[in-house]
Design a protein around this ligand. Structure first.
Ligand code: NAP
Ligand code: G4F
Length: 323
C-alpha cells in the first residue's frame, strides 16, 4: 500500500522540494495551507494536481487534530514555521507561538490521534548561534542569538521529549542554511542573486545589505530534503546535523553571484546599518559525519553550482516579470 505523508509548510521552499521527492517515492502526499486573502501556491505549481491540500494552522489545535484524523498519515513532516530571523525580534511572541508551542500542538495531536505516526521536526543551525565550538555536530551546546533560535530550541527539545516520554518516532534534523531558486526573496542569498539579475538587466542600481562578514554553511535545499526523508526511514528516531562542512561569508556569496553576470559586486553593494541585527550569528559550519555514516547522505550540489543555479533562475524570472 502507498505510504501517506503529511507536510506542514508545504507551500514553503523545503515543503515544495519534499513534496516532489515523496511523490517520486510513490507516497500519497498531503499538505497544510494557511488561510490567506490570496493563495500563494507558486512553489507547488508543478505538483498541485498530485497532492492533497488541507487548511490548517500551527496556531489552531483543532485544525491539527482534524487533519490527522482525516488523512491518517504514516509520517508527519513539520516544516511550518515563522522562518525569517529578523521578524523574530519584531514578533517574538508570535514566533514562539508558531515555532515552539506549535510543535507541541502538533505532537499532542499525534499523541492523541495515533502515537504510531512518525514525526520530523525542522530544527535549525541557528540554535548553535555563537557557540564557541566549531564545526558544530549533534553534541555541540546551543547559544541562541535570536527569538527565532530560542523558539527552535524549544521545538527541538519538545520533539526529543515526546520520543522519550511516549516512545513515539520523533526525529529532529538540525539543518544548516539551504537555498534554492525557491528561497524566499528576503533571505540574503536570494536577495543577492535577484539583485545581481536585476542589476544586470538594468532594473536596479544598488544592493543594500547588512553584515557582510557573517559566515554560513550554505547547501542546496533539494539535497537537504533527501536527508530529511532518510531520517524518517532510519531504524530509530534520532537527531542529525545536515551540512556541507564548508562556510563562506556573505561577501564571498556576493562576489560569486555578481561574477555569474560578469559584474564586480563592489560597484553595487552598499552596507545599510539598519539591516544589521540586534545580535547576529557570526560563523556557522556543520559537521554532518553522523548523517553521512548512518544515513549514507551527502550533498551533491556545490556552493558555486548553487549560486549559478540561483542566478540563472533569477535572470529568467526577472525577464518574465519585465515582459
Ligand atoms: P519557508 O519557505 O519560510 O516556509 C515556511 C512554511 O511554513 C510556509 O509554507 C508557511 O506558509 C508555513 N507556515 C508559517 N506559519 C505557519 C503557521 N502558523 N501554520 C502553518 N503553516 C505555517 O521555510 P523553509 O526555508 O522552507 O524552511 C522549512 C523549515 O525548516 C522551517 O521550519 C525553517 O524554520 C526550518 N529551517 C530552514 C532552514 C533553511 O535554511 N531554509 C534551515 C534550518 C531550518 P505560507 O506559505 O502561508 O507562509
Ligand atoms: O539569509 P539569512 O536571513 O539567514 P539566517 O538568518 O542564517 O537564517 C536562515 O537559516 C537558518 C539556518 O541556520 C534557518 F533556521 C532560518 O529559518 C533561515 O532559513 O541571513 C544570513 C546572514 C545573517 O548573518 C545576516 O545578518 O546574512 C546576513 N545578512 C547580511 N545582509 C543579511 C543581509 N541577511 C538578510 N536576510 N538580509 C540582508 O540584507
Amino acid at each position: 500500500m502507498r505510504k501517506r505523508a503529511l507536510i506542514t509548510g508545504i507551500t514553503g521552499q523545503d515543503g515544495s522540494y519534499l513534496a516532489e521527492l515523496l511523490l517520486a517515492e510513490n507516497y500519497e502526499v498531503h499538505g497544510t495551507v494557511r488561510r490567506a486573502s490570496i493563495e500563494r501556491l507558486d512553489r507547488i505549481e508543478k505538483v498541485i494536481g498530485r497532492i492533497n491540500l488541507h487548511q490548517a494552522d500551527l496556531l489552531d489545535q483543532n485544525s491539527l487534530m482534524n487533519i490527522l484524523k482525516e488523512v491518517e498519515p504514516d509520517e508527519v513532516y513539520n516544516l511550518a514555521a515563522q522562518s525569517f530571523v529578523p521578524t523574530s525580534w519584531k514578533q517574538p511572541i508570535y514566533t514562539g507561538e508558531v515555532n515552539a508551542i506549535g510543535v507541541t500542538r502538533l505532537l499532542e495531536a499525534i499523541r492523541l490521534v495515533n502515537k504510531g505516526i512518525k514525526f520530523y521536526q525542522a530544527s535549525s543551525s541557528e540554535m548553535f548561534g555563537n557557540t564557541p565550538y566549531s564545526p558544530q555536530n549533534e553534541e555541540t551546546p546551543f547559544y541562541p542569538r535570536s527569538p527565532y533560535a530560542v523558539s527552535k530550541i524549544y521545538g527541538h527539545y519538545i520533539t526529543m521529549n515526546y520520543r522519550d516520554s511516549y516512545g513515539m518516532f520523533c526525529c529532529s534534523g538540525i539543518l544548516f542554511n539551504h537555498e534554492s531558486p525557491r528561497r524566499g526573496e528576503e533571505f540574503v542569498t536570494r536577495k543577492i542573486t535577484l539583485a545581481a539579475a536585476r542589476i544586470k538587466l538594468g532594473l536596479q542600481e544598488k544592493l543594500k545589505l547588512g553584515n557582510l562578514d557573517a559566515k554560513r554553511d550554505w547547501g542546496f535545499a533539494g539535497d537537504y530534503v533527501r536527508a530529511v526523508y532518510l531520517m524518517m526511514q532510519h531504524n530509530q528516531p534520532d537527531v542529525f546535523v545536515i551540512a556541507t562542512g564548508v562556510a563562506h561569508s556573505v561577501r564571498d556569496f556576493c562576489k560569486a553571484a555578481f561574477e555569474c553576470v560578469d559584474l564586480n559586486w563592489e560597484n553595487y553593494v552598499e552596507v545599510d546599518s539598519s539591516l544589521i541585527r540586534p545580535a547576529d550569528v557570526n560563523h556557522l559550519v556543520g559537521d554532518s559525519s553522523k548523517a553521512r555514516k548512518l544515513l549514507k547522505w551527502k550533498p551533491e550540489v556545490s556552493f558555486e553550482q548553487l549560486i549559478e543555479m540561483m542566478v540563472a533562475s533569477d535572470i529568467e524570472l526577472v525577464k518574465r516579470r519585465k515582459g
